[in-house]
Design a protein around this ligand. Structure first.
Ligand code: ADP
Ligand code: MG
Length: 327
C-alpha cells in the first residue's frame, strides 16, 4: 500500500512546490479565507500550510489519507470539475508516503482539533486530540526521507523555494478574495491581504510582480465571440529579456500555453517593435467545453478547440491596448 502511494507520489509530488500547490488547493476547496504557508530549507525540511476553512470531522480524518477517497465527488455535475482538476483523492496519501506528516483539523462544531500523522504511513487510524483553531493545518517534514533516489533529484534549497514561491504566487493571482502569507526560514516573503476592491488587487499585483510592473503596464478588457480577456500587460519600457513575468489564466486556472504565449509575444512585437518578452497578468474566460485540460495533475497545459479564435482574441486585444502607446 505504501509502495503504491509512493509510486503515485512520483506523479503527484515531484518537489516541494507540488506539495505546496496541492495543500493550498485543498485549503481553497475547503473555503478558506486565509492561508498561511511556511517553509524551511526550501520546503525540504518543512512545509506547513494552515487555513481557516471548513475543517475535517474527526470520523472523516482517516478517509482523507485513503487513496481515491475524496469528499469532493458529490454529483455528476462535479465531473466537469474533476476533469479540470485532473485527479482526485491522491494528494494526501501520496505526500504521506514520502514524508513525515501531520494533519490537524477542527470544524466549527468541534470543541478542539483532532490530529493524524505518521512517517510514510499513518501511525494509527485513530485521531488524537490536538490544539488548533477552526480550520486545518498540515505539516510535511523531511520530504523524500525514505526515497533517497527522489531526494537526490531536488535542486538547491533556494531553487526549490523559488519554485514553491512561484506556486503560491500563481494561485494568489487568481484568488484575490483569499489572504495569503508565505514565510521561508522564519522570514516573511509575502503578505497578501484579501483584495475585494480594485486598489487592493493592485496592491497584490504589486507585491507579486513589483511596483514597476504596475506603473508600467496597460490594463485591458476585451470581449469577442463569447470570450473575454482582461488584465494587465507591461509596456515596452518594462519588456523582459526572459519570459519570467507571464501569468496567463484560463477560467481561473494558471496555464502555460504556447499558442497564447506566441499570440501575446507577436502582438507585442508587432506594435512595439520589441524583440523582448512581454510581461503580463491576463485572464481568459471561455466556455469550458471549448477547452481540454490535460488530466496530468502537475501539467498546466490546455488545448483549445478553436485555437485560431483564441489566438485572434489575444493578438487583437493586446494589439489594441498597446497601439495608442506606440513609442
Ligand atoms: P482531493 O483534494 O482530490 O479530494 P486530497 O488527497 O488532496 O484529495 O484530500 C483528500 C480529502 O481530505 C479531501 O477530499 C478533503 O475531504 C480532505 N481535506 C484535505 N485537505 C483539507 C483541508 N485543508 N480542509 C478540509 N478538508 C481537507
Ligand atoms: Mg486535493
Amino acid at each position: 500500500d505504501q509502495l503504491i502511494n509512493q509510486i503515485a507520489a512520483g506523479e503527484v509530488v515531484e518537489r516541494p512546490a507540488a506539495v505546496v500547490k496541492e495543500l493550498i488547493e485543498n485549503s481553497l476547496d475547503a473555503g478558506a479565507r486565509r492561508i498561511d504557508i511556511e517553509l524551511e530549507q526550501g520546503g525540504i525540511g518543512l512545509i506547513r500550510v494552515r487555513d481557516d476553512g471548513a475543517g475535517i470531522p474527526k470520523n472523516e480524518l482517516p478517509l482523507a489519507f485513503q487513496r481515491h477517497a475524496t469528499s469532493k465527488i458529490a454529483s455528476l455535475g462535479d465531473l466537469e470539475r474533476i476533469a479540470s482538476l485532473g485527479f482526485r483523492g491522491e494528494a494526501l496519501p501520496s505526500i504521506l508516503s514520502v514524508s513525515r506528516m501531520r494533519l490537524t483539523s477542527r470544524t466549527a462544531q468541534d470543541a478542539h482539533a483532532w490530529m493524524l500523522g505518521g512517517e510514510g504511513k499513518l501511525d494509527s487510524a485513530a485521531p488524537v486530540p490536538a490544539a488548533h483553531p477552526p480550520g486545518t493545518g498540515v505539516e510535511v517534514r523531511d520530504l523524500f526521507f525514505n526515497t533517497p533516489a527522489r531526494r537526490k533529484f531536488l535542486k538547491t534549497e533556494s531553487t526549490e523555494f523559488r519554485y514553491a514561491q512561484q506556486a503560491v504566487e500563481r494561485i494568489a493571482l487568481s484568488h484575490f478574495e483569499v489572504a495569503f502569507s508565505l514565510k521561508h526560514n522564519q522570514r516573511r516573503v509575502l503578505d497578501l491581504a484579501a483584495a475585494d476592491r480594485e486598489a487592493t488587487r493592485q496592491a497584490r499585483i504589486e507585491a507579486i510582480c513589483g511596483g514597476e510592473f504596475v506603473a508600467q503596464s496597460q490594463q485591458l478588457d476585451a470581449s469577442r465571440l463569447g470570450m473575454r480577456l482582461y488584465g494587465w500587460i507591461g509596456l515596452p519600457s518594462f519588456a523582459r529579456s526572459q519570459p519570467d513575468l507571464q501569468f496567463f489564466y484560463v477560467n481561473g486556472r494558471f496555464v502555460r500555453d504556447r499558442l497564447a504565449a506566441f499570440a501575446l509575444r507577436r502582438a507585442f512585437a508587432d506594435v512595439m517593435h520589441s524583440t523582448h518578452h512581454p510581461a503580463y497578468v491576463l485572464y481568459l474566460e471561455i466556455d469550458p467545453t471549448l477547452v481540454d485540460v490535460n488530466v496530468h495533475p502537475q501539467k498546466t497545459e490546455v488545448r483549445f478547440r478553436e485555437a485560431a479564435r483564441v489566438h485572434d482574441l489575444l493578438f487583437g486585444a493586446v494589439h489594441q491596448a498597446l497601439r495608442g502607446l506606440r513609442p
